[in-house]
Design a protein around this ligand. Sequence first.
Ligand SMILES: [Zn+2]
Length: 145
Amino acid sequence: MYRKETKFIVIHHDAIHDNSFNHVPIFEIYKSHLPKYGTFAYHYYVTKAGKLYQLHEDNELTYHCKGINSSSISLCLQGNFDKEYLSSKQYNSLIRTLILLKRKYPNAIIIGHRDARNTNCPGKNINVEELKKTVNNFHILRNKF
Ligand SMILES: [Zn+2]
């Protein structure tokens, strides 16, 4: 199944582990998503160490945010950001990934899961407005000299 369009880039957190810095719960996420969705719910996953995983092709339809699944791409952060904060490695990787996604989908709007549904996701310590500003302030200078 393929998505129709990319209007939104939706940020999530997995909220599975609080302090497991070295543990990448990819398989736990998979196990929890499997009965409900048959596969991973997210397109991208950024670990606490800043490692980026792609779990689906961009154009695949996934089930991460009811109501806008067919018009959004999803990125999940490892951690529970109601309780903890982004490390600089994870923050930098998140920003880089969002910049790349914005280059692919210039008209897509970055939102938190909570902006579309009644949930805390991606956690109160994730400032989506600040992320948006940082990403939107990234400009590539070309053909300027
Ligand atoms: Zn979410």
